[in-house]
Design a protein around this ligand. Structure first.
Ligand SMILES: Cc1cc2nc3c(=O)[nH]c(=O)nc-3n(C[C@H](O)[C@H](O)[C@H](O)COP(=O)(O)O)c2cc1C
Length: 336
């Protein structure tokens, strides 16, 4: 069999209608339409990050989805961050979900918040919803809302990392009766096969797909991922107010990793935490956009996970997918 066209059957690949159990996770600000399309065209599932598509890469939301459609006819997904920080944000997210459904998107990944209202809309259109979780408590909330699968975000993940290992999360969530995706720490095909061997129905990768020609992030950012070892990835509260995994650079060292004392108090306060998070969110959207596209790399806020350890080169998305598929095929042959 030609491994480039290998097809794997897992509960996730069936839900998503894809060949490979590999998700190119949503990334603010790194999810550009060409990257999402390349991941889906190569047999995985590319996920649209709506704020990245519109604010960073400058597309009207519907036009951006149609651009991806022109690049590939394969299924794509959409990420809906549904934390209730403001009514206008929630209304905008609801509009984006409706537009995505109208444009044929049938796979959604919710993060934060209660996903019930998203599930209702998506199920009515025959789609599925997977929910990002870092522990059992959030998995239960998601399942109460009717989600079809869970993305288990472990402590090696890029973006907002969890607190548990991939093994611990599988032990905690593996018996809940829905497909489980491993997010975090998958940088090469060995990590991928190891996650599948644990029993996961697929993996979600972010950092690996930044170091590709299809990603529009700066070359300085991509090179930093290739150069970094896992000890270079640290958690900073300075960007969004909660810990985010970034590559340690002189700039990150100068800023420190903790939120300042006033910000921290406001982030904890019952009444102040929502607007404090909004301020952080708006500031971080701007800072991350600037840093990801800045070729000089002076204000280098480079988000990345511990998966940097397995990333040694900038490679086309299709080459990564092929290599991973070949390794999984070999593993399946060994087992059977
Ligand atoms: C730069 C970057 C931005 C991210 N932004 C988001 C996001 O907007 N929404 C989301 O649900 N996950 C986000 N993530 C998490 C990824 O979708 C994925 O779960 C994670 O990258 C997996 O870990 P890995 O980077 O080790 O592969 C982001 C990750 C990175 C590296």
């Amino acid at each position: 069999m030609n491994d480039a066209a290998a097809r794997f059957d897992t509960p996730f690949t069936r839900h998503a209608g894809v060949r490979l159990p590999i998700i190119c996770g949503a990334m603010y600000p790194c999810s550009n339409p060409e990257l999402v399309a390349a991941a889906s065209a190569a047999g995985g599932l590319g996920i649209v990050q709506p704020i990245s598509l519109t604010y960073v890469h400058g597309h009207d939301f519907r036009a951006g989805l149609r651009l991806i459609r022109r690049l590939t006819a394969e299924p794509i997904g959409m990420n809906a961050l549904i934390e209730q920080s403001s009514r206008s944000y929630r209304e905008r997210m609801a509009r984006w979900i409706d537009i995505a459904l109208e444009e044929g998107v049938r796979f959604f990944i919710t993060s934060l918040g209660k996903p019930g209202w998203v599930v209702e809309r998506v199920h009515a259109a025959g789609g599925v919803v997977y929910h990002d979780v870092t522990e059992r408590k959030w998995a239960d909330k998601g399942l109460e809302g009717g989600v079809d699968g869970l993305i288990a975000v472990n402590r090696r993940a890029g973006g907002h990392a969890g607190g548990r290992s991939a093994e611990e999360l599988y032990a905690e969530l593996g018996s809940l009766g829905v497909p489980l995706i491993c997010a975090g720490g998958v940088g090469d095909e060995r990590d991928f096969v190891a996650a599948m061997r644990l029993g996961y129905a697929g993996v979600q990768m972010g950092t690996r797909f930044i170091a590709t020609p299809e990603c529009r992030a700066s070359d300085a950012y991509k090179q930093a991922i290739v150069r970094a070892g896992e000890d270079d990835v640290v958690l900073s509260e300075r960007i969004t107010g909660v810990p985010v995994a970034v590559i340690r650079t002189p700039y990150i060292d100068r800023m420190g990793l903790k939120a300042g004392p006033i910000a921290r108090r406001l982030l904890r306060g019952r009444r102040t935490k929502h607007w404090m998070r909004t301020i952080y969110a708006l500031r971080s959207l701007w800072q991350l956009k600037r840093a990801s596209l800045d070729e000089r790399g002076e204000k280098d806020y480079w988000q990345a996970g511990k998966s940097v350890a397995g990333i040694r080169a900038i490679e086309p998305v299709a080459a990564i997918m092929e290599r991973f598929a070949a390794a999984l095929s070999a593993e399946t042959r060994d087992v059977s």
